[in-house]
Design a protein around this ligand. Structure first.
Ligand code: NDP
Length: 312
């Protein structure tokens, strides 16, 4: 018979660890499971310069070590394991790990994050962090005065291009179709910006460079001609995928697949199950906003656990 834990937190990014800090300090004895990427997306970024409190900036991995140490200081039990399946139809809730182990919990905070979508080119993996990035706000500063390429046609690509156009010498935006999917206002801003050159019907064929990105080989899908664009950065902005798969049978998600929460809260459609961080946030996707919703989730879980047990 498994022990019934008061609170399981799924995810070891800023949302999960902030929830853990608050929950542990409130005496909820949280157990946090970090999955295949301990520390979350921040561990695959370079320097974090926009998280308040670090006046000289900090590397993503070092920051996540601080988050973890702070959570453990108050008694959070941190474990490694991926939740692959859940049963939220009964109470207490049941969670199954990739090892096959079954866990029972009175409440759950889902903070499993989102993963950037990638083009799938071999050079993309090799040059990740060496010019290839999926976050202009995180890494754009390192390309100040340089030429960069952005791939994508949605609002993220438009937003990242506009952000980079303020910093970089030149931004090449590669859109695979004949039009952008981004909102009209964002498209207008992109087209008005003389620092952004938009290439339609254009895809990335390869990324050139051994140690760092040196150029992007682009192909015009209609003319079937290739162009070598000299650039030191390639920002892939083709969307994010929230990591919701194990929860989908029970948890309501929005049109884009992000967990839907009751406005102004982290409460999902299932009592006692909360969602925090990028898994429920298609808009901001920042460490500081993830941490904020992690705090909210812990406070809401605490309130939930003070109520008498529910009859199911
Ligand atoms: P979207 O799914 O909206 O757009 C993805 C874009 O990437 C599409 O143009 C798509 O092309 C393109 N794409 C996908 N795969 C590839 C590929 N392999 N090669 C080249 N291009 C590819 O994702 P976003 O992240 O842009 O936006 C997600 C949601 O978040 C949207 O609803 C958006 O409105 C919202 N958002 C809102 C913002 C705001 O309001 N400020 C800011 C950022 C996002 P195609 O069109 O051909 O399918």
């Amino acid at each position: 018979m498994s022990t019934i834990l008061p609170l399981i937190i799924i995810g070891g990014g800023p949302a999960g660890y902030t929830a853990a800090i608050y929950a542990a300090r409130a005496g909820l004895c949280p157990v946090l499971y970090q999955g295949p990427n301990p520390g979350g997306q921040l561990t695959i970024t370079g320097e974090v310069e926009n998280y308040p409190g670090y006046r000289n900036g900090i590397t993503g991995p070092a920051m996540m070590e601080d988050f973890q140490a702070q959570a453990e200081r108050f008694g959070t039990v941190v474990k490694t394991g991926t939740i692959t399946q859940v049963d939220f139809s009964t109470y207490p809730r049941r969670l199954i790990l990739d090892s096959g182990e079954s866990l029972l919990a009175q409440s759950v905070i889902i903070a499993a994050g989102a993963s950037a979508k990638w083009l799938g080119l071999p050079a993309e993996k090799r040059l990740y962090g060496r010019g290839v990035s999926a976050c202009a706000i995180c890494d754009g500063f390192f390309f100040k005065g340089k030429t960069v390429v952005v791939v994508g046609g949605g609002d993220t690509a438009a937003e990242e291009s506009l952000y980079l156009a303020n910093l970089c010498k030149k931004v090449h935006l590669l859109v695979r179709k004949g039009q952008m999917r981004a909102s009209k206002i964002m498209q207008e801003r992109v087209f008005k910006n003389t620092n952004i050159q938009t290439w339609f019907h254009t895809e990335v064929r390869d990324i050139i460079g051994q140690e760092h990105v040196e150029a992007v080989e682009a192909i015009d899908a209609i003319a079937q001609t290739t162009t070598m664009i000299e650039a030191t950065g390639l920002f892939v902005a083709i969307g994010h995928q929230p990591n919701t798969l194990p929860f989908l049978p029970y948890i309501t998600v929005d049109r884009q697949g992000y967990i839907q929460t009751k406005p102004g809260t982290t409460q999902t459609n299932i009592p006692g199950i909360f969602a925090a961080g990028d898994i429920q946030d298609p808009h901001y996707r920042q460490a500081v906003t993830a941490a904020g919703t992690g705090c909210m989730a812990a406070l809401e879980a605490e309130r939930f656990l003070q109520q008498p047990p529910i009859n199911f």
